[in-house]
Ligand binder design. Sequence first.
Ligand code: CAA
Length: 693
Amino acid sequence: MTDDVLNITQEGPVALIGLNNPPVNALGAALRQGLSDAIRDLDADPSVKVIALYGEGRALSAGADIREFGKPPVPPRLPDVLDQIEGSDTPVVAVMHGTTLGGGLELALAAHARVVLPGARLGLPEVTLGLLPGAGGTQRLPRLVPLEKAIEIISTGRQVPADEALELGLADDMGQGTPQEAARAAAQAVLDGSLPTRPTGGISVTLDRDVLDQAISRLQNRRPALQAPIKAVEAIALAEKPISEGLPGERAAFMDLMDSPDRQGLIHAFTAERAVRHIPESDATPRRIDSAGVIGGGTMGVGIATALITAGIPVTLIEMSAEQADKARVGVMKNLDGAVKRGKMDAAKRDDLARGLTVATDLASLSDVDLVIEAVFEDLEVKTQIFGKLDGICKSGAILATNTSYLDVNRIAAATSRPQDVIGLHFFSPAHVMRLLEVVVADQTAADVVATAFDLAGRMKKVAVRSGVCDGFIGNRILAHYRKVADYMLEDGVSYQQIDRALEDFGFAMGPFAVGDLAGLDIGWATRKRKAPTRPATERYVEIADRICERGWFGRKTGQGYYLYDDPKARTPNPGAQQIVEAERQRAGVTPRDFSDEEIVARYMTAMISEAARVVEEGIALRPIDVDAVFLFGYGFPRHLGGPLNYADRIGARDLIRRIENYSTEDPHYWQVPTLLRELAESGRSFADLNKE
Ligand code: CAA
């Protein structure tokens, strides 16, 4: 029998149910209904002695269908289907392969025995979506694995590899062959008694209250203290009761979370990572990239080379001298060693990848590579010279990319006779770690070059976001704007410690002044000097950061900046910097005033949203969700808020305009209402609506 979403076959006493809902067998309404009907019919059929569940394609199932969230529920509900499976008199065995996640793993937990295939990864990632496992996961997992492990797996969403699953008792046996073959073999094992079966819900456990309490208090002390993991651990505590009492408690907590703003933000973040792949150039065929060149062996060049060779693309790295080239090689090795230390790869793999790196001192070594990424000093003159040379050296069809963070890619392209092959690839430091890649499309960049950049990002496991050309592209342009408001508030009377703390309490990993110290204050100083000649006379300019830099205080790397770093763990305000703040307030004739934490956040976020709206309005970003992805994957934006423009919808266009008009009485140059925001307010639409257009 073949349903649309299920392949059901009977082989003697064995019934095989194959989930067939590509790409990931998400448990949407049709699949739930099909499963429910199939279990009912097969359980009632006396010729069927065992039912084996498996997944066609990539996994048993990656869980609930995320696209149904936020919509009215369609019966049957997943928990009811799983209760039906657990209650089946005919034993049900499940084969877990691929990424068996969320509701997919809960489906297996409700079966009477579980077999895992090598390479499978099992997890309950619901907390990463602002939810908890709502189909029995919090009740059944602690009945199978030690409490500490159940808490860890559920509260982090970590994926458990197959061998660990077997060790923990999450799987009863390791299978082999295709999922269907493994299902057939597992069913036989049930029939011959070598694979025992029992309903998970029938197992009783005693849970250590101290372990639960400690886990809850750890999660409550986290910043931000998100509700989903806390409620998930509270739900685990119910597993001591009979399952018929625990399940309703779990369900109630799940439904509460479903309505929470965190859930909306986290699912928006999940969607953003995938939505940004939809670009006008999607249909173009990417060019083949089998080799690459990187010019410049500084931190960026070394990080980019590491990312490329880790993706299996051999790299020739160019530096000015043999000594610098060797230093760059050491840098790449250090990055790879770091990956070994963090358990991301083993030493053999590192040695293999390291063979992919060649260092050289002559641009001519790049004559045969498919892609060149230039990562030298941010200077238009230097970059255009290099591109002029590359034009004469590189083979026809090679892609010439610049890793500039704000310079005009059109001018760089104009230095070559092949502007169609030139593109901006803006990596974020450390380039082998940060997931964001801004793909900067210049006026004449060919569609297949853009498609290649996205393909390359996929190979490097990065999130590529398409950006048009403007100073700073999407991210740094918006940053340059909202960063100023932190300086304005500082000069107006609030301490930088309070600004940092308020924004950290809001959800940022680090406040803007602490970030400046970490990144190096000299970077922003150089940008301000570059922009000084074009700064409008009407723009308010705060000189505090310049005064700090003039002392040679560039942050962590010099031992002091806004904070002192004698003790690398502590963040003590630097009295010298505080004196500078006082002196600058006096010089500017400011009467210092207090700001509440709420006002700090409101001004900072309104400034960020304003510039983000302009970036969308001008078509620099394709959609609001692209801006959200840039901030989520490149700027540490709090994931549960879903990105600046997702957050903007929570405030609403009208309230944002009211705020801006209010602030603009103090500084009409800085605080201007973006046209797009007015349009949204007038038409009653949101940024989310623009994502759908
Ligand atoms: N529901 C609906 N669609 C899903 C999905 C899901 N659970 N999981 C993946 N997809 C879609 C993706 O959106 C993507 O669609 P497009 O091609 O249209 O963009 C497609 O499947 C392929 O996914 P990826 O591009 O992400 O492929 P990948 O190989 O990189 O990753 C994956 C596969 C690991 C399964 C990853 O997609 C993933 O992590 N998915 C989410 C899994 C998850 O969180 N499940 C729990 C759901 S909540 C739940 O189950 C609640 C409950 O208790 C009832």
